[in-house]
Ligand binder design. Structure first.
Ligand SMILES: Cc1ncc(COP(=O)(O)O)c(C=O)c1O
Length: 484
């Protein structure tokens, strides 16, 4: 495997050296991140060095207050924008961005609904005690088992992705007392302004029905007694900064919505998620309130132009709720200067995690930034590439940033904006156990997902005799310490 050639973020390969390589760019870090008198990074009021000493590295840190605040902000943005046109908005948190029992509780306590896309994610939501009526169930290949589980649980909405699934649901709902509420996922054909792999509304991809096929899908669903078609669903991609793609897709969906509403009411329109966040100083995403207003106003205008009432709206932000709340802490193991063709020197800084805890740079060239967390330094900035410990040259955590040139083994590094799609995309490549997740709230830190041990990994191996039990288990503190 090699690194993808593109970047999902516009940071350049060799960003300009910052005046101060200790500075924390506000948009990229959790809002309470700062440096204390000693120059140590503090997260949620706790020194990063204390987090390292208690929980070890690598460590996924999630600022609960930040997640909750972002959830409230998103909910308010879409509710206010929709209320201005006299309709309601339901905001689902897209669980694929980061899902654990605690996180499911935080977002639902903040009034969000929850979107899941596999039986596993459904199980987490139910284990968290989320009201099934507030769940949306996605996925392009839901199995019979998963669909039956969703129906038995009383999931609020199932988003249908294929003709095969319609027939699967027709069979599964036959004889049930109440019809299942379903939506049709539509591939609007809009190309989101983002990396190809993230743009899910191209014609030539696996998700949803084309605008033409969606008409036939809706007609077939309306024939099935066990199904109630409540609306259309569209999602154009992820990490999108401007409103143009959303507005264009919304116009196409409203067109289809108008045609299908002529036969029977469609009370709902779900426009998905995909709202971008800043990963580096070069990123400038549109504030969520502006995006919400732009998209909702566009839907209102499209409905008015067709003389149809506006449906209630739904949205599914994931990254924009959890992304900025996450910071990954790593310990530096080795450093190695490499002279580049242009005569520049790039300092390779190897850390104790890598593509197993953050697959995004290897998957789609995602850009991140980095700071030394354990101290501030006056040393001149050096161009660095932070790499992991895995056996892949594409095992890059931070492709290009500047750190104080005296960065050295033993330093603690912090990579911000790792709350979304890092924990959820993690692997155990090279038998590197996945780190714990520590949540911060009210000046306290607690483990919400314990770290894996090598023993956990070996436990699945039928040949394991227990001979290596406890080998390499070095977490300084009991992994579940502090868990509520
Ligand atoms: C259907 C659907 N909804 C919502 C999301 C969440 O996107 P984001 O995390 O970019 O907001 C995704 C992400 O892929 C998705 O596929």
């Amino acid at each position: 495997m090699s690194a993808a050639p593109h970047s999902s973020s516009p940071a350049s390969a060799s960003p300009a050296a910052p005046g101060d390589a200790n500075a924390l760019v506000a948009a990229v870090w959790p809002s309470r991140a700062t440096r204390d008198d000693r120059g140590v990074l503090t997260l949620g009021g706790i020194p990063a060095t204390e987090l390292r000493d208690r929980f070890g590295t690598p460590l996924w840190v999630l600022d609960e207050d930040e997640v909750r605040a972002q959830a409230r902000r998103a909910r308010s943005a879409f509710e206010v924008a929709s209320a201005a046109h006299g309709v309601a908005a339901r905001v689902y948190y897209a669980g694929k961005a980061f899902l654990s029992i605690e996180v499911a509780r935080w977002v639902t306590e903040e009034g969000l609904a929850l979107d899941v896309c596999t039986g596993g994610e459904l199980a987490v939501a139910l284990a968290a005690g989320v009201d099934p009526a507030r769940l949306g169930f996605h996925g392009n290949n839901k199995s019979e088992l998963e669909l039956r589980a969703a129906l038995d649980a009383g999931v609020g909405t199932i988003v249908i992705d294929s003709f095969v699934e319609i027939e699967r649901l027709a069979a599964l709902t036959s004889g049930r007392a109440a019809p299942a509420r379903v939506m049709v996922r539509v591939n609007s054909g809009v190309h989101a302004e983002t990396h190809d792999f993230l743009a899910t509304a191209h014609e030539d991809q696996k998700f949803g029905f084309t605008l033409t096929d969606a008409v036939a899908a809706a007609a077939r669903i309306r024939e099935v007694p066990g199904l109630e078609l409540v609306g259309l669903h569209g999602h154009i991609g992820s990490q999108i900064f401007g409103t143009a793609g959303f507005v264009e897709s919304a116009a196409r969906l409203v067109d289809l919505h108008a045609a299908l509403s002529a036969d029977a009411p469609l009370p709902l329109l779900n426009l998905g998620g995909g709202f971008g966040i800043a990963y580096t100083a070069a990123d400038d995403p549109t504030p969520i309130a502006d995006l919400a207003r732009g998209i909702v106003d566009a839907v209102a205008a499209e409905c008015a132009a067709r003389g149809i009432p506006m449906p209630d709206l739904a949205f599914e932000p994931g990254r924009s709720i959890v992304g900025r709340a996450g910071v990954t802490l790593y310990s530096v193991g080795t450093t190695k200067p490499v002279t580049l063709d242009e005569g520049l020197t790039r300092l390779y800084v190897s850390v104790d995690g890598g593509m197993s805890d953050n697959a995004r740079p290897a998957l789609y060239g995602a850009q991140y930034s980095v700071r030394i967390a354990s101290r501030a330094s006056d040393a001149d900035p050096a161009l660095v590439r932070v790499v992991g410990k895995h056996c892949e040259s594409g095992d890059i955590v931070v492709d290009a940033d500047h750190l104080p040139g005296d960065v050295a083994p033993g330093d603690l590094l912090a990579v911000p904006a790792t709350g979304a799609y890092c924990f959820s995309l993690a692997s155990t490549y090279n038998y590197v156990p996945r780190p714990p997740v520590v949540a911060l709230r009210g000046g306290e830190a607690r483990v919400i997902v314990r770290g894996e041990t090598v023993d956990d990994l070996l436990a699945r191996d039928a040949g394991y005799t227990g001979a290596a039990r406890a080998l390499l288990t070095s977490a300084p503190e009991s992994p579940m310490e502090g868990t509520a």
